[in-house]
Design a protein around this ligand. Structure first.
Ligand SMILES: Nc1ncnc2c1ncn2[C@@H]1O[C@H](COP(=O)(O)OP(=O)(O)OP(=O)(O)O)[C@@H](O)[C@H]1O
Ligand SMILES: [Mg+2]
Length: 332
């Protein structure tokens, strides 16, 4: 069973308007309403790929009720905690004159300490030995980063593997996760290290492993593929060249592919190949459509095998230097 946690679920409203100018009324087309938020997307794709998936998240207000209704329509299994604030809405607006896309991302609804505890209790009830817990997306304002460490501990107690896809200091708060997935920019941000070459990326990722953040760091690199870094080995994965339609959802689809591989007991390199197939399938689809199973299966056969990277001095040097960058475990 794959259980996902979304701290900041969303109702996504997508629409278009002729041209975006100040002061004028911007008359829009009728919006399309879709559920969104990292973990919810991961659960949708994991289910599309044939695994049992449950999406856990907080919801509140009339928008929370709408989110539940949208997910019920999709028949996605969910378990939610009802909270005091209103579930956020985000707006994707296409300017037809230029084809530019504007994405207005609102902050996630704040959840108080009791609501945070209720989410962890709920997860605890659904996690089981051999399962996978994936937390994906940003923390809402006011939620301490330390909650990520609590998730990691909870998964360990339940015998489940913890996968994390988030950014900033929250990413560093995952002590002992099975895998974290920053993209190149997010890794640069959290390590404060400019990443020019593959060696720099491996070195930066290895600092996270050495600091105990996770056993595996999966660095996704968009059209350049991905790198998987552990304590003793590093692998490079070439991309599959496809026609790009829309890059929205590549990261979430990748996480779903990896999680499905883990749930099926595949070797970690094979899990990453599944992740690449799913991430690539997402960029082939229009709009906010996520990866489709038939595309993932077809692409999987074409994802090149992992290439083991030779150990160079630059990759290995000074792993302890992450200390000043890492927040304390109990940091906010
Ligand atoms: N343009 C592309 N061409 C080929 N493969 C791609 C492309 N974009 C993404 N992918 C595949 O999907 C994976 C995840 O994409 P990416 O690195 O962009 O994730 P992300 O930055 O987390 O995305 P998101 O914007 O969804 O958070 C990549 O490692 C790659 O395998
Ligand atoms: Mg991402």
């Amino acid at each position: 069973m794959i259980v996902t946690l979304t701290f900041s679920p969303t109702i996504e409203l997508s629409m278009s308007t002729g041209s975006i100018r100040p002061d004028d009324k911007l008359r829009c087309t009728s919006p399309r309403y879709e559920p969104g938020g990292g973990g919810i997307n991961v659960a949708r794709v994991a289910r599309e790929l044939g695994e049992n998936a449950l999406a856990v998240f907080p919801e509140g207000g009339a928008t929370g009720a709408s989110l539940l209704a949208l997910l019920e329509e999709m028949q996605l299994p969910v378990a939610s905690v009802h909270v005091g604030g209103w579930t956020r809405e985000c707006f994707n607006v296409i300017e037809r004159d230029t084809s530019h896309q504007y994405r207005f991302i609102l902050p996630g609804v704040a959840i108080d300490g009791e609501e945070q505890d209720a989410l962890l209790d709920l997860l605890g009830r659904h996690l089981s030995s051999g399962g996978v817990l994936i937390a994906s997306g940003s923390l809402p304002p006011g939620t301490p980063n330390a909650i990520i460490g609590r998730l990691s501990d909870l998964a360990k107690r339940k015998g489940a593997r913890f996968l994390l896809d988030t950014s900033g200091p929250a990413l560093l708060a995952a002590h002992g996760a099975y895998l974290v997935k920053p993209n190149e920019r997010e890794l640069e941000e959290v390590t404060g290290q400019p990443l020019h070459e593959v060696e720099d990326i491996v070195h930066a990722a290895r600092r996270l492993v050495a600091a105990g953040v996770a056993g595996h760091i999966l660095v996704s690199r968009g059209r350049k593929g991905a790198l998987l870094v552990g304590a003793a080995a590093a692998f490079s994965f070439d991309p599959v060249a496809v026609d790009i339609r829309n890059a929205v959802g590549a990261g979430d689809s990748m996480m779903a592919g990896v999680a499905v591989g883990i749930a099926r007991g595949l070797l970690i390199q094979e899990c990453v190949r599944r992740g690449i197939a799913a991430g690539t399938a997402a960029v082939m689809t229009d709009g906010s459509v996520l990866a489709r199973a038939e595309d993932v299966e077809r692409l999987y056969a074409n994802v090149p095998a992992a290439v083991s990277l030779p150990h160079s001095r630059k990759m290995a040097e000074a792993p302890m230097s992450l200390r000043p960058v890492l927040p304390r475990r109990d940091a906010q």
